[in-house]
Design a binder for this molecule. Structure first.
Ligand code: ADP
Ligand code: ZN
Length: 607
């Protein structure tokens, strides 16, 4: 085994590097600047943590969130690595102790927030130290075009100015090409090497469902996930609270999370979720950055996000353990309208246009009738040649039918009602429903009133969505979101073109997606050690033991060993320390700490 692999095995318990990790680490150890683009859960941390162990001095990690720092430091300490963070949660004397350790050379990795790093006092403290490496985590926060701009990140150029010999590695999971380029420029990196790892997450199934009757559909998703952990993203704070309430009343373990809640409550919710006591977090985008929880089984977007970067980052929180997980997006025109509204309020024209373009990409994803993973990966300049086989479109390719007559009915209604109908009132007219909107304008007297009674409201919603996508009609945002026929629509109305629609059955079948497919894909892609089948009963025993140890140590269970490690352990049934080190995710430090306890349990079980 080569040196780097040995180190990886010894400290982290992994037998091999993932995709470009090794090339990145080699580049860092050569003293060169590095920019890393890797999806969430891809394994960015190892890219600076492993070098830090091989370099002589201290590695400084710039990290934007307290929760993220704590989490990483806990994980490192769990592997016996000397690490600490400096942030506002520490008392003066705790800080002094840490700085003492640093001066004494008793520290390999230090996490700090950018605002702390930039203080004159702290910079001069650093000047007296032997600094080997700066790692900038969540580096997209540097770019004002990114979706999480943090002004204090811009000041990080000081690092290159003041410590010109110290290499820098910048890492992010979310950066389009503009942002990527900016990261290098803003940090004053000259010849930084870019490493982009694949964004594909084959174990994550992708689906888009109609944004109507969401509650009913949600219950089905929760049912098939039988008590597993997941996140539901909503657009507004109020939405998160309402939905969490509703879920609790239905017997689910659910809590809301948003930036308007006080710190204690947010922290409690986050910890309960990480420890597994809380199953569902209903959150705004404020939740999730830096949360390293491997067994999140689903991420549901109750509302459509504004861009694919954010979306990909959010769904990337599911299935980090490599086991099947699902990402479901509810899509409705109402959400598009809301987003358009937000964007129109942006004053800076250039910024507004960028956000608009990003929203368009998001919509294309949501409306796609081709493999969704291809759309997603192409966006991140990754490409897959074939259909993924694990998205709703691949699983249920669209079936089409001639929808010309349906379109003509709708177009005719829109015209006869003098272009005054919204999606909702158009459906009222087609169905012949005497709603207030209808009677107000006396639409019940037009010729097409009730002409679409053979179709359900749900079906009309699906059709109208497609009419808009096909360009037969458009939503006029400036005129109360009323529908207007287009030139193309006129031509269809007068029989010059035929149009095809996706059948409602296609959509209905997609609503029934299940994870079987993902499970198959997982078993095909899992390489390595799990050649023996896992032992379910033993696995349960090991989980109980882990829970005991975790409670005793006041740590989350996955910090002792991940589920993947326990699965592998139950399969390998190690008897000796050497066997135990073969288990996925077990390094020397943890083996020494917990190996005996787990092997005793295994022995007891096999006897
Ligand atoms: P992110 O890219 O989101 O920062 P992390 O660095 O937190 O991802 O890594 C995600 C998970 O993958 C962690 O549990 C980490 O220990 C694990 N991991 C990283 N590298 C490897 C590897 N080479 N083999 C197995 N697991 C790995
Ligand atoms: Zn697909």
């Amino acid at each position: 085994m080569e040196l780097l692999e040995k180190k990886l095995q010894k400290h982290f318990g992994y037998s091999s590097f993932r995709s470009v990790q090794k090339e990145i680490i080699t580049n860092v150890l050569n003293g060169d600047d590095t920019i890393v683009l890797m999806p969430t859960g891809g394994g960015k941390s190892i890219c600076y943590q492993l070098p830090s162990l091989l370099l002589s001095g201290l590695t400084i990690v710039v990290s934007p969130l307290i929760a993220l720092m704590q989490d990483q430091v806990q994980a490192l300490k769990g592997n016996g690595i000397k690490a600490a963070y400096l942030n506002s949660t520490l008392s003066y004397s705790e800080e002094q102790d840490i700085m003492q350790d640093i001066r004494a050379g008793q520290m390999k990795i230090l996490y700090v927030a950018p605002e702390r790093l930039m203080t004159q006092g702290f910079l001069s403290f650093l000047r007296d130290l032997n600094i080997s490496l700066f790692a900038i985590d969540e580096a997209h926060c540097l770019s004002s075009w990114g979706h999480q701009f943090r002004p204090d990140y811009k000041e990080l150029k000081v690092l290159r100015q003041e410590f010109s010999d110290v290499p820098i590695i910048a890492l992010t999971a979310t950066a389009d090409k503009t942002v990527r380029k900016e990261i290098g420029e803003l940090l004053l990196l000259k010849r930084a090497k870019y490493f982009i790892s694949s964004f594909d997450r084959p174990n994550l199934s992708l689906a888009v469902l109609p944004g109507q009757k969401k509650w009913e559909q949600l219950q089905k998703i929760l049912l098939r996930n039988g008590g597993e952990c997941g996140i539901i993203y909503c657009l507004s704070r109020k939405n998160t609270e309402d939905l969490a309430d509703k879920l609790r009343r239905d017997g689910y373990s659910a809590q809301a999370y948003h930036a308007g809640l006080d710190n204690d409550e947010r922290e409690r919710t986050q910890n309960n979720f990480i420890h597994g006591d809380l199953k569902i977090v209903v959150a705004t985008v404020a939740f999730g950055m830096g949360i390293d929880k491997s067994n999140v089984r689903f991420v549901i977007h109750y509302n459509m996000p504004g861009n694919l970067e954010g979306y990909y980052q959010e769904i990337g929180r599911a299935g980090r353990d490599g086991n099947p997980a699902e990402a479901v997006l509810f899509y409705s025109y109402r959400d598009v309208q809301m987003r358009e509204g937000f964007i129109q309020d942006i004053e800076d024209e250039q910024y507004r246009n960028i956000q608009k373009a990003k929203l368009d990409r998001m919509r294309e994803y949501a409306e796609a009738q081709v493999c969704r993973r291809q759309i997603l990966l192409t966006y991140f300049s990754d490409r897959i040649e074939e259909n993924c086989g694990n998205c709703d479109v691949c699983n249920n390719p669209p079936k089409f039918f001639d929808g010309t007559i349906l379109a003509q009915k709708a177009l005719s209604a829109v015209k006869r009602c003098e272009q005054k109908l919204t999606v909702t009132s158009l459906i009222d007219v087609l169905k012949g429903t005497n709603s207030p909107a209808v009677s107000q304008h006396q639409f019940q007297y037009i010729k097409t009133f009730g002409a679409g009674n053979d179709q359900t409201v749900f079906e009309w919603q699906l059709f109208i969505q497609q009419f808009i996508q096909l360009g037969l009609m458009e939503v006029d945002y400036k005129d109360g979101y009323r529908l207007k026929t287009t030139d193309f629509g006129e031509q269809v109305l007068f029989g010059k073109f035929k149009i095809d629609l996706v059948t409602p059955e296609t959509i209905k079948t997609r609503q029934k997606v299940n994870k079987e497919k993902a499970a198959k894909i997982k078993s095909a892609t899992t390489k390595g050690k799990n050649t023996f089948p896992m032992d379910d009963d033993l696995y349960e025993e090991l989980r109980l033991l882990r829970k005991k140890i975790a409670d005793k140590n006041g740590k989350p269970a996955f910090r002792i060993f991940s589920n993947a490690s326990l699965e592998n352990m139950s399969a390998l049934k190690p008897k000796t320390m050497q066997d135990f080190l073969e288990v996925h995710g077990v390094g020397e430090f943890k083996a020494k700490q917990f190996g005996r306890l787990f092997m005793d349990k295994i022995k007891e079980y096999t006897h």
